[in-house]
Design a protein around this ligand. Structure first.
Ligand code: ADP
Ligand code: MG
Length: 279
C-alpha cells in the first residue's frame, strides 16, 4: 500500500511569483524512509504542510494512508481524523514549555499538538502507561517530570518523536528536525527515526538541509529545486554532481540554476557526501 500518493500538486502563493510547488507527483510506499532535500526555499516545508493538510494547493491531489487529504484545491472534511494518523516533528520544537515532558507526551493521545485542552484532559492508566513506554523508548524516562523548556533541543526533538509514538502515527513527517541541533544530537534524532522506521515499520518522510544525513540514513532521496522534483531515487545514485546542482540555487540566482549552467568548482565539502550504503 502507498503511505503517500501525491499527484500533480501545484501551489502558487502569488500569481506574480513562480509556484512554490510545481506539478509534484510522488508515491511513497508504506515502510519507506525518504529524505526530502533541497536548498532553502525549494519547497520542502510547503510540501510537508500540504501533506498534513495545514495548507491547500491550487491543483492536484494528496492521499495519505489511503485516504484523500486534499484534492483540486479542497481539503477533505474529515481532515482532523486524517491527521490523527500522521505524526509531525518540526524544526522549531513544538512542545508546551511550561508543561512537564509527560504532559506533552500524553497530548499525543489527543492526536494533535499540546494545548490547554491537552493539559486539562484526564488520561486513563493505559494512556499514561503508553506515554511512559514511549519516553523509555526514546531514552527520556528520567526527565518525565521536568518542564519541557528545561530540555535540550535534541531531547525536545526526541520528545516530539515520542509523542508521535503515543499517537500511534503510521506516517511521520519531520520538517528539518535536526536543523537546530549539534552533530551528536542530530545523530541521536536520526537514529531514532530510523529505528522507528525499521522496528515499527513507520513510514518516515524527513526534510533535511544536511545532505550527509539524508544519504546516510535514508535509502531514498527526493530532491526539490524551485518547487520541482529534480531527483527521486536510491540515495546511492544521488551523485555529488546532482547534489551540487540541487544546492546551486543557494549561490546563484534562480535563473542561473540548472544542469546546463556553467560547471562550478566542486567545493571540498561535496566530496564527503558520497553515500554510505544504508542497511
Ligand atoms: P523550504 O522549506 O525548502 O526552505 P519553503 O517551503 O519554506 O521552502 O518555501 C518555498 C517557497 O514558497 C519560497 O519561495 C517561500 O518564500 C515561499 N513561501 C512559503 N510559504 C509562503 C507563504 N506563506 N506566503 C508566501 N510565500 C511563501
Ligand atoms: Mg523549510
Amino acid at each position: 500500500m502507498a503511505a503517500l500518493e501525491i499527484v500533480n500538486l501545484t501551489k502558487r502563493f502569488s500569481q506574480r511569483l513562480a509556484p512554490a510547488i510545481d506539478t509534484v507527483s510522488l508515491r511513497v510506499e508504506a515502510g519507506e524512509m525518504v529524505a526530502l532535500i533541497g536548498a532553502s526555499g525549494s519547497g520542502k516545508s510547503t510540501l510537508l504542510r500540504h501533506i498534513s493538510g495545514f495548507a491547500v494547493a491550487d491543483a492536484g491531489s494528496i492521499k495519505a494512508l489511503g485516504r484523500v487529504v486534499q484534492q483540486d484545491g479542497r481539503l477533505m472534511p474529515d481532515i482532523r481524523k486524517q491527521r490523527a494518523d500522521i505524526g509531525f516533528v518540526f524544526q522549531q520544537f513544538n512542545l508546551v514549555g511550561r508543561s512537564t515532558l509527560l504532559t506533552n507526551i500524553l497530548a499525543g493521545h489527543l492526536g494533535r499538538t499540546p494545548s490547554w485542552r491537552a493539559i486539562l484532559h484526564r488520561f486513563n492508566a493505559d494512556e499514561i502507561q503508553s506515554a511512559f513506554n514511549a519516553l523509555e523508548e526514546v531514552g527520556l524516562l528520567p526527565f518525565c517530570y521536568q518542564r519541557a523548556s528545561t530540555l535540550s533541543g535534541g531531547q525536545q526533538q526526541r520528545a516530539a518523536i515520542a509523542r508521535t509514538l503515543v499517537q500511534q502515527a503510521k506516517l511521520v513527517l519531520a520538517d528539518e528536525p535536526i536543523a537546530s541541533l549539534d552533530p551528536e544530537s542530530s545523530r541521536r534524532v536520526m537514529d531514532l527515526l530510523k529505528q522507528l522506521n525499521q522496528d515499527r515499520g513507520l513510514t518516515v518522510v524527513v526534510s533535511l538541509h544536511q545532505v550527509e544525513f539524508a544519504l546516510r540514513y535514508c535509502p531514498r532521496v527526493v530532491a526539490l529545486k524551485a518547487g520541482k522534483i529534480v531527483f527521486d531515487g536510491p540515495s546511492a545514485l544521488a551523485t555529488a554532481a546532482l547534489i551540487d546542482d540541487v544546492y546551486r540555487s543557494e549561490h546563484h540566482s534562480h535563473g542561473a540554476a540548472g544542469l546546463d549552467a556553467p560547471a562550478a568548482e566542486t567545493p571540498q565539502t561535496r566530496t564527503e557526501i558520497i553515500p554510505d550504503p544504508v542497511h
